[in-house]
Design a protein around this ligand. Structure first.
Ligand code: FES
Length: 85
């Protein structure tokens, strides 16, 4: 199963920082040479706007994601990506 990141780009999450999160994810995947190994998709709303910015990694939801949290999440889920690419 392809590793998957789903990031909410709905208006509420967008205002709370999902654009910065998306840019960070894209840069992180490129830097770690795993962009081709990870499916990155957007959504319009996850029905949890008040908890945003929201995203899922491999089906697991994460709320209130900021750049500090995101760095740890990416390392935790995809830190070994270079080995597999
Ligand atoms: S806009 Fe992201 S959960 Fe609604």
């Amino acid at each position: 199963m392809t590793p998957r990141i789903k990031i909410c780009m709905g208006s509420s999450c967008f205002q709370r920082g999902s654009k910065s999160n998306l840019e960070f994810i894209e840069a992180w995947l490129q830097m770690h040479r795993c962009a081709a190994a990870v499916e990155l998709v957007g959504s319009r709303c996850e029905d949890a706007c008040r908890k945003g910015p929201n995203m899922e990694i491999n089906g697991r939801p994460y709320h209130g994601v900021n750049l500090e949290i995101l760095a740890d999440l990416m390392e935790q889920h995809f830190g070994k990506c270079q080995v597999n690419s």
